[in-house]
Every structure is written in structure tokens, then in C-alpha cells.
Ligand binder design. Structure first.
Ligand code: F1P
Length: 351
């Protein structure tokens, strides 16, 4: 519920209509962003999903190739790091052992600069990076990241605009996105107001042991994050797939005991998802679709629709994350699990 406030705090003072990041990064940063030819993102858990979303933005808006990998694997793999690579670590705590190990290892291989997106000033990650954008999420009490994720995305989008300016992003498109970022706190508040309807929807998951989450494009990582939240706090097995992969395997699992959650923010995506919807329903699976209220998707037997206010396609991943967080929260409350302190998990994995 703090998300409108902390998203605003993260972007405040950092965006002007034409000049992004001037306060956040300063002039040195502008120099470091010159001649970046590749971005390598490293993170774990929820922070990794933020990086997955950012890849769509960086390649679309800045036209710079971007790779994303979990730090827990990156550090155990031989890799090639080019001198024109910007190495970007995302971590709420700034103390995740795998993320720090990956950064230290990459430093030996050499890169243009290390940028951190972090929520804790003075953390190891902040101290060891060349550039830092601080998220302003404030302390996260719960183990499962919620506001840390949406503020990371906000910071990543601000960074992407700065990088894109160095790579010829058209001023009109930039201004349009800056405008969309400013709308985020209000839009997230509107989604939080759907709480009662989402609580109602959550009852369908109470007695289920498995679930599938589908998304396309930058909503695929949102589906991954939705699935992670459900796993972490309600202990329901949840798998996320890019919507187009459904027929390449997971469809075999679909039956009436397997709820399928789909994120489809606009009509175009809804159209593309329609075949998936049919495939699921033909097997008796129940579908839970989070879609733009302007899109042509109407509730019917086996198809539950949560209408989300219309948002800009670039900022949609931030807005659509929130109803999925609420869904997991309500399922967990109904099941009586400890939402703030899930079994077996620690807030910061420092070993
Ligand atoms: C990474 C992370 C969190 C998750 C849990 C364990 O932490 O996977 O996303 O919620 O708390 O650690 P961080 O590097 O973002 O601090």
C-alpha cells in the first residue's frame, strides 16, 4: 500500500521533461553512459525479474543489447565481458552474496562502469559500484519483495531513458514516457482500490496445489514475479511461461485443478492470447485474466476478468505487478500462512 508514495519518492527530483537522471547520477554518469554498447544485468529473485523487465526497455528505447542473468549462475559460469559493457546489479538489500560475488568477478574481467540499483545506502553493493540509483522504498518488513520491485522498475526506467538519450531516443517519445512515469503513483492507487475484487478472486486458489502464469513481452517477467509471490507466501506451486510456450509442454498439465493467470494489458496482446485462452478452457482449466478495461475480453464460464485501468505500454509492467501481489497476499491470508515471514526464507541471502 505504500507503493504510490515510494514510487513517487524514487522518481522525484530525478525527472524533468527533457533531462532525466541529472540529479540521480550527475555529470560523471553522463560520461560513463557514453559509448555503452552492451548492458549486463545481474540480480537474484525478485530483483532478477526487475532486470528481465528492464531488458525489454533497454533494447526497445536505447537500442542497446542487454543480457540478464541470475547472479547465482553468472558467478559459476565462464563469461566474456567487453570493455564497453555497463554492468548493472540490482539488489534491494545490497548484501546478496551471489550478486556481490558476480560483481567482484566481473570487475576482474573489466567493463565500462558498474551501476547499482539499490535500496540500502551504505550497503556493500553501493560502496563497490561506480554509479548508484537509490530506490526510495524504505525498509521492507516482509521477506517477499513488493515495493522494492516496483521502485526498482521505476529506477530502471529512469536509467533507461538516460541511456536512450545517448543513443538517439526521439525527444517526443521520451517526453511521452516521462509523462507516463508521472502518472504511475495515481495508477497504482487505482489498482490498489481493486483489492476487494482481487480478494474475491483469490478464493478460487485456496484449495489448489499448482498454477500457471502466462505473459507476453515485458509482461512475461511480470508473470514470473506473480508466480514467485504466490510460491513464496502461499506455498502454491506456480510456474510462469511466456504465453507462446504454453503449447510446447505446460499445456499437458492443464486441467480443472490448474488455474491459469494471464497478464494482457492491451487489445493487441489480448488478441494474441485468445488462442491460449481457448487452449486452456478446452481442457477445463480456469482462467484469470488481468486485462485493460478497454480491451475486448469479457467474463464468461471459466474466464474471470480483472479490469485494469488503461496505462502506457512502457509503464504497464509496473502497474500490472500490483494486482498479482494482492492476489498472492489474499491467497496467503486465506490459507493462514505467515505473509511477512514465509517458511525457509530469509530477507537477505548473505551466504
Ligand atoms: C534478492 C532476494 C529477494 C527475495 C528474498 C531473497 O534480494 O531474492 O528478491 O525477496 O528476500 O533475496 P536482494 O538482492 O534484492 O536484496
Amino acid at each position: 500500500y505504500e507503493q504510490p508514495k515510494v514510487i513517487k519518492a524514487t522518481m522525484e527530483g530525478r525527472i524533468t521533461a527533457t533531462r532525466v537522471l541529472e540529479q540521480a547520477l550527475g555529470t560523471d554518469a553522463e560520461n560513463l553512459l557514453e559509448n555503452v554498447r552492451h548492458v549486463q544485468i545481474i540480480a537474484c529473485g525478485t530483483s532478477y525479474h526487475a532486470g528481465m523487465v528492464a531488458r525489454y526497455w533497454i533494447e526497445d528505447l536505447a537500442g542497446v543489447p542487454c543480457s540478464v542473468e541470475v547472479a547465482s549462475e553468472f558467478r559459476y559460469r565462464k563469461h566474456v565481458i567487453q570493455p564497453d559493457t555497463l554492468f548493472l546489479c540490482i539488489s534491494q538489500s545490497g548484501e546478496t552474496a551471489d550478486t556481490l560475488a558476480a560483481l567482484r568477478q566481473a570487475k576482474k574481467a573489466g567493463f565500462r562502469a558498474a551501476l547499482a540499483i539499490c535500496n540500502v545506502p551504505g550497503s556493500s553493493l553501493v560502496r563497490e559500484s561506480d554509479l548508484v540509483i537509490m530506490t526510495q522504498a524504505g525498509p521492507e518488513i516482509g521477506v517477499a519483495s513488493t515495493k522494492a520491485f516496483t521502485t526498482q522498475l521505476t529506477a530502471l526506467l529512469i536509467f533507461t531513458l538516460a541511456l536512450a538519450r545517448h543513443n538517439g531516443l526521439n525527444a517526443e517519445r521520451e517526453a511521452d514516457i516521462v509523462k507516463a512515469i508521472h502518472l504511475l503513483p495515481g495508477q497504482v492507487s487505482d489498482v490498489l482500490a481493486l483489492d476487494g475484487e482481487i480478494e474475491e478472486m483469490s478464493k478460487a486458489f485456496m484449495d489448489k496445489n499448482h498454477s500457471l502464469f502466462l505473459g507476453r513481452g515485458s509482461q512475461y517477467p511480470v508473470a514470473m514475479e506473480g508466480a514467485l509471490k504466490l510460491k513464496e507466501i502461499s506455498y502454491i506451486h506456480a510456474e510462469a511461461y511466456p504465453a507462446g510456450e504454453l503449447k510446447h509442454g505446460p499445456l499437458a498439465l492443464v486441467d480443472s485443478e490448474m488455474p491459469v493467470v494471464t497478464v494482457a494489458p492491451n487489445n493487441d496482446l489480448v488478441e494474441k492470447l485468445k488462442s491460449n485462452l481457448e487452449e486452456v478452457r478446452a481442457r477445463g482449466g480456469e482462467l484469470f485474466v488481468f486485462a485493460d478495461k478497454a480491451a475486448d475480453v469479457k467474463p464468461e464460464e471459466g474466464l474471470h476478468v480483472m479490469q485494469i485501468p488503461s496505462v502506457h505500454e512502457i509503464t504497464a509492467p509496473i502497474v500490472y505487478t500490483v494486482p498479482l501481489q494482492l492476489l498472492s497476499y489474499h491467497v496467503a491470508v486465506l490459507k493462514g500462512t505467515d505473509v511477512d515471514q514465509p517458511r525457509n526464507l530469509a530477507k537477505s541471502v548473505t551466504v
